[in-house]
Design a protein around this ligand. Sequence first.
Ligand code: PLP
Length: 439
Amino acid sequence: MEIIDNQYCLSGGVRALDLVERYGCPIYVYDTAVIEQKYKQFMNAFEGVNLKLNYACKALSNVNILRFIKKLGAGLDAVSIQEVMLGLHAGFAPDEILYTPNGVSIEEMAEAIRLGVKVNVDNISTLEQFGHHFPNYPVCIRINPHIMAGGNSKISVGHIDSKFGISVHQLPLVQRIVEATGVHVEGIHMHTGSDILDAEVFLLGAEVLFGAAMAFPDLDYVDFGSGFKVPYKPNDISTDIEDLGKRIGERFHTFCKEYGKELTLKFEPGKYLVSESGYFLVKTNVVKQTMSTVFAHVDSGLNHLIRPMFYDSYHEIFNVSKPEGKSRIYTVVGYICETDTFGVNRKISEIQEGDILAFKNAGAYCYSMSSNYNSRFRPAEVMIYEGQDYLIREQEDFQDLLRHQVEVDGLLDDKVGQLGTEQPNLLGEKIEQKRKAER
Ligand SMILES: *Cc1c(COP(=O)(O)O)cnc(C)c1O
């Protein structure tokens, strides 16, 4: 967002406060101009390389976002059969989707194959069964290169004790299985974690993967997964994608010569493409001064944005209602009945009750990790596309909380609930209307 005429605006001059007026609060907002810019930056960094990006849709899986990213030219990385279904629903062709599950049943593999998508095998047991059940279906193999990488033990997935991938040390065994079953290995893959800063790590991984690739004579692609670090704090360092593109690109060219075939180089960025496109807008309910701290309580919590509590991640917070106010120090917390601190001792432009705050980097792993904890509704999502705003998901309502609950007929109480189907937040809306009328 940038400040235009003393108002925080998204691309095309869409004002953040107008979105709150129109769609309520809290809301997630995604600016597709940012996604496009990130996609193009990545593609340009690898100029001259036969490159394909598969967007890791677990980061943000609204179908409108998927369609936008498809329009840019990307394929899809799916980690569950449901993500595969979302991708197909959004219009991706089956062969544009690579399904990379971790330890799923052979039945789920069979379902992916029935749907016609590319499949990635990440363990020996599945590989053995694969040739038996699906002798003519090509596969990709996920290698664990045993590189310790990533910003956090929860998101580092390539180290020696990781549950992901087939150990590169087991390659001879993989080769024996491939020979015995006649399965066609069309791709080779690694994904070592999230928040990797260094091109060096990718280059190390590349050496391992290129080495492994030599064992499979009929490959179409080599997939380096993802894990790019994006900036969270002002002046934060992030993966230098131009440097990475230059170095990996050169190395890939020499590899293809050695291999004797022009392969496709693939990456699966999730966070890199969407993190910075997203803002989460919340309203300040209460400002509370204790002995040592000023708390800003907002109308959200770990139910909507769990990354700070789950990964200790940092999301910059600013006051959308006071673009040029004097800064003070706040600890921003949610309304959940356990500690849900979004940010400690943050310098934020002076907050009054009712002010709208925004969280940055709310595009990746925010909505997609949200829940109904405390029986709260999940928020709405809005997309900015070519300078216009579109509601792409409604806020949930009371019916959503009851959906799929089976109220066993007459078992415990035969009285219909007092609320019936009425929305408990109508009262809140009425108060809000009254407040507006008074202003
Ligand atoms: C999560 C994941 C990604 C995306 O990781 P980011 O850090 O969001 O870019 C890519 N590939 C696989 C297999 C993943 O599990």
